[in-house]
Design a protein around this ligand. Sequence first.
Ligand code: ZN
Length: 347
Amino acid sequence: MEQPAKPKHNEFHYWKNPDSEAIGESVVEFLHLLPGPTHIHITGEDASRCRAAVTLLHGNEPSGLYAVYHTLKQKIQPAVDIHFFIASVDAARQAPGFIYRMLPNHKDLNRCFKPPYGDTDQDFLAQDLIAKLQKLDPECVIDIHNTSGSSPSFGVTTFMDARHDALISLFTHRTIISDLSLGSLMEISENMMPTVTIECGGAQDNESHLLACEGLFRYVSSEDVLTVGHTDMTLEFFHSPLRLELVEGSDIAYGDHCLMSDGVTLLPDLENFNFGLVSPENKLGFVSGELANNLTAKDTKNQERLLDYFELREGELYPAQTLKLFMVTSNPEIARKDCLFYFVVPD
Ligand SMILES: [Zn+2]
């Protein structure tokens, strides 16, 4: 009897030194020319060394793809071999384009980089990426994202040292040092190679694409990207953020007055507070019912910390102390599946 066919694993297609004429006349054309998740390898001046850049782990975050396209179109000569990994191609090109973080009913790819590994397409692609990085052994990895709301740019690292600072400062001067374990790609830094996340700013903003292009140019063409010295920017650090999340069973809406008879309403302009301070006087929104039945903010030890940072006054939600917010979303889908925002207590 025949064995059942092996499951068809989701893997990266390989494309070496694509001709600048073969990548289309726009980023959207380029996206549609890709056969699926794609690994693009360009030969550098010193082929004995290599670096990797990952992007489009989230299909609605196009800045990294703009930067890859720009690098190939401008025929930028890399200092070392460069490996681009373009991941959620299918989600990104779902009409009207760059709308889906992931396809409906799919897992968030940037939550699949830690055990236990499942057997979905996302898990296979994440494992394929890890296997390829292990084999190539690049001197570093950057993972380029956008925020869903408008926001200044920042980098995120789970590891604090000069190499990670140097990588982030190719793009931006704000660094978040996170010890949250979510299964994101940068967490491989612990056991593999220096890996950072770059959040270029809002997905809709041209400025974000420009920042990605300029940063990637430095990443690709510089002889050394792992020592600070290529910048005179003063780095700004934010330590150990927490995430404000919805409790399962609760729901969220965005509006200037309470829209949920049972759930959370956040003010729609909250994203203007990205990297700004909110004090106990700043109303954040409304909560119907008990605060703890609707929202949660756990620390790395899984301890509930919600009431240390937030309070309810007559149905209105306020910070209990001054906080700095970032990754504020006004997209209810992302708020439900990921979080409402991250926050730190300013120094
Ligand atoms: Zn992302």
